[in-house]
Design a protein around this ligand. Structure first.
Ligand SMILES: N[C@@H]1[C@@H](O)[C@H](O)[C@@H](COP(=O)(O)O)O[C@@H]1O
Length: 241
């Protein structure tokens, strides 16, 4: 595990953007696993900047997002689909038919989850999975519990997750109760993992994830088993390590 701490968000984001840029330059048809949340926004901004400077092209890349809320209307501003368009896809040359996100609008959510696994299987191993961590140790929307799932599945979001994400919605009631998330299988099989975490409020869970026992009660603790894990932190998140 390679853990790096940065003084500013800009430096952290620049490091992550360079990491991804270098990977895509070395392998133009790379398969990227992407994440949402507040932390990746700076990374995507800098990726767009690198694309505009002509330093990288995403024309042959395939991208798979970790997760999507279930039941939001088409074009809902808080869907991860809308997030990805706003922060990344509208600013780079990745063809949209190569940008996959679980279909949260599907009536048959489990069918949508199975479709997503088929697409993941066809694409083969992810070259890189970008990850954040939830306050309860979730990765994607793989929530803590008695068990974890390898495959894409429908998940009932924990109340703490809904509360944490309610800042993006008008009210807690509007936060979806369910989501579709990639399972831990493709994440753990990815060639490289890039975990990005910011803020003192994540320091305790990060310590549990990186230094605590490996347990389904903290899904991010599984990442300790990955042979190519890079962790990028700000000083707040690194406080308890
Ligand atoms: N489903 C996403 C996770 O994939 C992400 O890791 C988490 C924390 O993101 P952040 O702290 O960057 O906002 O937010 C959401 O719950």
């Amino acid at each position: 595990m390679n853990v790096l701490t940065f003084a500013t968000n800009e430096e952290l984001s620049a490091y992550a953007a360079d990491f991804i840029t270098d990977m895509v330059r070395a392998k133009p048809d790379a398969v990227l696993g992407l994440a949402t949340g507040e932390t990746p926004i700076g990374v995507y901004e800098q990726l767009v900047a690198r694309y505009r400077e002509g330093r990288v092209s995403f024309r042959q890349v395939k991208a798979f997002n970790l997760d999507e809320y279930a039941g939001l209307s088409q074009g809902h501003t808080q869907s991860y689909q809308a997030y990805m368009h706003k922060h990344l896809f509208s600013g780079i040359d990745l063809p949209l038919e190569q940008a996959y996100i679980p279909c949260g609008r599907a009536d048959d959510r489990w069918g949508a989850a199975r479709d997503y696994d088929r697409l993941l299987d066809e694409a083969g191993q992810l070259d890189l999975q970008l990850l954040g961590i939830g306050h309860n140790g979730h990765i994607g929307f793989n929530e803590p519990g008695e068990e974890l799932h390898a495959q894409t599945h429908v998940v009932r979001l924990k109340e703490e997750t809904r509360a944490a994400n309610s800042r993006y919605f008008e009210s807690l009631a509007e936060v979806p109760e369910y989501a579709i998330t990639m399972g831990v299988g493709p994440i753990m099989k990815a060639r490289q993992l890039l975990l990005i975490v910011r803020g003192e409020d994540k320091a305790a869970v990060l310590k549990k994830a990186l230094l605590g026992p490996i347990t389904t009660q903290c899904p991010a603790s599984l990442l300790q088993l990955h042979p190519q894990l890079t962790v990028l932190l700000d000083e707040g998140a690194a406080k308890e390590l």
